[in-house]
Design a protein around this ligand. Sequence first.
Ligand code: IMP
Length: 430
Amino acid sequence: MPLDIVVGTQWGDEGKGRVVDLLAAQADYVARYNGGDNAGHTVNVGQQIFKLHLIPSGIIHPHTVAVIGNGVAVNPRVLLSEMETLTESGIDISPKRLMLSFAAHMITPAHLALDQAQETARGKAKIGTTLRGIGPAYTSKVSRHGLRLFEMLDQAKFVPAIHAHVEEINQQLTSLYQAEPLNPDDVAEELGEYAVRMAPYIGDISTTIYEALGQGRRILAEGAQGTLLDLDHGTYPFVTSSTPTSPGALVGLGLGPGYEERVIGVTKSFQSRVGSGPFPTELFGYLADRLRGTGEQPWDEFGTTTGRPRRVGWLDLVLLRYAVRINGITELALTKLDILSGLDRVLLCTGYRQEGHEFFNLPFGPSDLSGYEPIYEEVPGWQEEIRDARRWEDLPVEARSYILRIEELVGVQVRLVSVGPEREQVVEIT
Ligand code: IMP
């Protein structure tokens, strides 16, 4: 059945945009199923660099239809601005090429204000959110007070609904957080204008995808963030508020099970994390600076959405095995292998040690990773620059050993290795 799902196996920023861009060449529909503009997907095509937060990166291929599913939280301001940027880059953004689920929830300026107020109130215990209103928007959804894109189709009802929404959030802002309230008229005016522009794009994408599958079309489901940021399966409470794991693709697009063919787990060759929360293999000092880069290059480890430097560390195979299990991963795409070139040795975390006991799987999932000491296995590094490698045989023997050891310890084959930021800088392993 032709549904392929791309998931992040770590804390986001694994390079999913890059992998989606490659796989989209064979897809008819590319569909985002979770998260909002907290995501940042970078795709390099020749001289052009596309940084997308909301619209599926597969839209860059002219033959695809890009879909935003009901599981996504949509900030209309960001969506319309991305649509404008893509149009200026010569990409067709007509309603035939971009479809929005009527059941997707909206992120409003009130959600943004609440995200900021809540993070400030948390003080040292802050989650380190992207301040994009994600948590508050999904809270509105779950509390059944949310605004769906569907509401945008009827201005007569939409404007009073926004008023009620802003007034409700204003109460929280002022009474719980002593923050400034928003003017409901201003918010209603802004969103009312956006509604007119977005209306032609809003439809029933669940039926569209269902019918497309029936006609044998290929659907590529694009997850945002990563397994360890999943609301249910991540390092709670330091998680996002949606479902980045593969079952989220079914819920977030309105599909039943049974269509999935490949579940591609995108894994960076080392670990990274932005925001607070546990990170057993975290590195500091010279090695951390070496893996992170200086921030001058677009591929350096600085947040695409927030610009924050990412925390970095050695690849954690305990967490990767967990991600393989939770997502039903059928193959791995290993990204940024080129960044490890030049290191004398590379470490792989194969297990954890705590109070004299060794753990190779997590007794309580990743709910509490503090207090675990990583057990490392050392693999020889390689000095060669590998950005020109295109075949398995082109990779240095040490790099191949690194990949083979990962496969052996997690039990899934690596089918794709990215060795540079450009579209063609990949090694496909058949
Ligand atoms: P939120 O999704 O903005 O609420 O942030 C919750 C946590 O998820 C924070 O630690 C963020 O840094 C992290 N996060 C959210 N989106 C991304 C992403 O796309 N990449 C990496 N981390 C993310």
